[in-house]
Design a protein around this ligand. Structure first.
Ligand code: BG6
Ligand code: MG
Length: 227
């Protein structure tokens, strides 16, 4: 495990880490799954967290045994329909949907001169960050449209460090999704999993909720692992 003093940057997931928009994604996919006749379960919802748009659609179709029922063009249409569902839910998005303590945490790390990047799979993430009034804190954002592979592949978190000109071991990644924690670990960075520690057991550090995410708690967690 790295020493806290080695850390120079933080790489953030967005949905479910900075804002509660992961519930909007889930609701929008749930609406589409109902239309497709695929039963929505908590297990499916957890598997989809953090996964990009087309990969998510394919997972839903596979889950329902319908992977071969649609052409590529039809799948593009279905994914667009989910995005329309999601954008409707985003209409009322504002600062009040920032998860507890996250604005303070981001301000604190910026004040302490850590570098900050975004590693969200969502093509809507720049718009969401703007609406939340947090865009200015980010030194760089990975554009998910430029990636070859989505989470759980490490590519997005590798890029999240590169865009800050940092080495992976100098970075901490923050995630609420199993696929995201795998991506951080694969990139050789320190992973913080926020949420159910049983689901996110592969994370280096676990916090039950965003209020626990502070520099002091991260330092304590890294120091205690070393003892
Ligand atoms: C991730 C979400 O951040 O972005 C997923 O956790 C979502 O639920 C993915 O499917 C892709 O988002 P978008 O906005 O590009 O469809
Ligand atoms: Mg997430």
């Amino acid at each position: 495990m790295v020493k806290f003093e080695q850390i120079k940057g933080f790489i953030f997931d967005l949905d479910g880490v900075i804002a509660n928009t992961s519930t909007y994604h889930a609701e929008a996919w749930h609406q589409l799954a109902d239309k497709l006749g695929v039963t929505w379960t908590d297990d499916l919802a957890n598997q989809l967290k953090g996964v990009g748009r087309m990969d998510s659609l394919n997972m839903i179709l596979e889950y329902g045994g319908k992977l071969n029922d649609y052409t590529e063009d039809e799948k593009i249409q279905l994914a667009a329909e989910k995005n329309d569902n999601y954008l409707k839910l985003l209409e009322t998005l504002d600062k009040s949907q920032i998860l507890p303590g996250m604005e303070e945490f981001i301000e604190d790390i910026a004040d302490h001169n850590y570098l900050i990047s975004l590693a969200s799979s969502s093509k809507n993430s720049p718009r969401v960050l703007e609406k939340l009034g947090l865009s200015q804190y980010f030194n760089a954002k990975v554009d998910p449209a430029t990636l070859k592979h989505g989470k759980p592949d490490p590519e997005i978190y590798v890029r999240g460090a590169e865009v800050l000109n940092l080495r992976p071991e100098e970075c901490i990644g923050l995630e609420d999704a199993i696929a995201g924690v795998k991506s951080i670990n694969g990139a050789g960075e320190t992973s913080v999993g926020i949420g159910d520690a049983n689901l996110l057991h592969e994370a280096d550090i676990n916090f039950a909720n965003t209020s626990e995410v502070t520099l002091a708690n991260i330092k304590d967690a890294l120091d205690s692992v070393r003892v």
